[in-house]
Design a protein around this ligand. Sequence first.
Ligand SMILES: NC(=O)c1ccc[n+]([C@@H]2O[C@H](COP(=O)([O-])OP(=O)(O)OC[C@H]3O[C@@H](n4cnc5c(N)ncnc54)[C@H](OP(=O)(O)O)[C@@H]3O)[C@@H](O)[C@H]2O)c1
Length: 190
Amino acid sequence: MKTQYFTATSLDGFIATENDSLDWLFPLGDLNTSSYPKFIADVGALAMGSATYEWIVRNAEQVAAEAGSAWPYTQPAWIFSSRALPIIEGADIRFVNGDVRHAHAEMRAAAGTRNIWVVGGGDLAGQFYDAGLLDELIIQVGSATLGQGKPLFPRRVLSPVLRLVSVHQMGAGMAELRYEVHKGGVRGDA
Ligand SMILES: NC(=O)c1ccc[n+]([C@@H]2O[C@H](COP(=O)([O-])OP(=O)(O)OC[C@H]3O[C@@H](n4cnc5c(N)ncnc54)[C@H](OP(=O)(O)O)[C@@H]3O)[C@@H](O)[C@H]2O)c1
């Protein structure tokens, strides 16, 4: 069982524009040519922050057109927020607030032998990293730059750096990079 941060990013390290648009992302590559189909089959629970959840709420029609329903996941999901958020009908979700270690224990119990997907955003993935709970980053790097936006992973990872384990080209618009986190590395402003 692994805890994995699987996401797409611009070349300059942003997963969304500053106003949470993903319109720049979709033309860059087809998710089905990434490791996503195999990846999602092994996911048993997922976590996301409120901005990521609210993007799904705002884009319910687009999500339903592509995924067949307004909530695209069959796995149980933990939504991190300090606020009351709207509930998407039919979604297996629970809202949580605070230390990711508590939610991680619940996700682990729900996932069994399958993996935990940290959907985003970057700081939430960083909170799992800070707690020593993040095992892998699987990142589709797009051939586009945004200049500014929501950061991919706002942490300093040094000594040791992440371990690059695979590179997969997805046409001219994207490359998928898979990294393992060295456990016991230096965290914070080292
Ligand atoms: N490129 C991609 O593949 C990809 C993947 C995922 C997401 N995205 C997009 O990227 C953007 C991510 O937005 P974001 O960087 O703002 O991150 P986010 O994690 O989606 O949302 C951040 C918010 O979640 C809440 N939160 C985070 N940690 C928490 C905790 N431990 N306890 C309670 N609440 C917590 C806080 O808001 P409140 O407390 O105010 O609710 C925080 O401001 C979204 O637009 C999303 O759609 C893109």
